[in-house]
Design a protein around this ligand. Structure first.
Ligand SMILES: N[C@@H](CCC(=O)N[C@@H](CS)C(=O)NCC(=O)O)C(=O)O
Length: 224
């Protein structure tokens, strides 16, 4: 593949949805380039390019692909190895629980941004309950969502696990059962997951948390 046809991932460094796409690109060893934008200061070219004004966007030659689930499916169909089960019902189940990852992501960010301690606690409970729901459908033996093999649905949960691991350093969250904790640990050790964010991600994410002004922000120790 020549460099002109390398896909381009339009990214925002802390975005969990972009990270899903980056994990899949890494899993499949696809050569790609990343263009970072600042969501608070959108360049005009991005506003023209992205119909929903959201990242991730994957540009393949002149074609714009948006929505992380669509990007995931496109990459999976285009590049081996497939990260989806063959069985159609099982595949639909993976897609359903990928959608659930978006709901968990929303609860997580609501919790991370919440200023009021009591409301923060309520959102933490809601998140714990969502992980309980998840535990009922994941493979009991693990280590991944569906057992021995990493799949697209794992790529949707990895960004959540990474951010919660960092938040956990600031405040004990105790959101996971033993099985979910093992899943998180396994996923976070995976090379594709490690390479899917910028090298100083921890620093950038903690700084992002500090700026939210949420309940956890006061617990971020600043080095400057
Ligand atoms: N459903 C979208 C969600 C993407 C999303 O919410 N991205 C955020 C950054 S993490 C964004 O671009 N927000 C800008 C905005 O909503 O204006 C997907 O899965 O790709």
């Amino acid at each position: 593949m020549d460099s002109q046809s390398q896909p381009e991932l339009i990214s925002f460094k802390v975005c969990p949805f972009v990270q899903r796409s980056a994990i899949i690109l890494c899993e499949k060893n696809i050569a790609y380039k990343t263009t970072y934008i600042d969501l608070k200061n959108l360049p005009n070219w991005f506003t023209e390019l992205s119909p929903l004004g959201k990242v991730p966007v994957l540009k393949v030659d002149d074609t714009v692909v948006f929505e992380s689930a669509v990007i995931a499916e496109y990459l999976d169909e285009c590049y081996a190895p497939s990260l989806h089960p063959k069985d159609l019902l099982e595949k639909a189940k993976h897609r359903s629980w990928t959608e659930f990852a978006s709901a968990i992501t929303m609860t997580m960010f609501a919790m991370l941004r919440e200023e009021d301690e009591k409301e923060f606690g309520e959102l933490k409970e809601k998140l714990a309950e969502q992980f309980n729901q998840l535990e009922k459908v994941i493979d009991a033996d693990g280590p991944y969502f569906a057992g021995k093999h990493f799949s697209l649905v794992d790529a949707a949960y990895a960004p959540i696990f990474l951010r919660l691991q960092l938040a956990e350093q600031l405040h004990k969250l105790n959101l996971f059962s033993e099985r979910v904790a093992d899943w998180s640990e396994t996923v976070l050790k995976r090379e594709s997951v490690k390479h899917s964010v910028v090298d100083n991600f921890d620093e950038i994410f903690l700084e992002y948390l500090r700026k939210t002004g949420g309940y956890l922000s006061s617990k971020v120790v600043t080095t400057t």
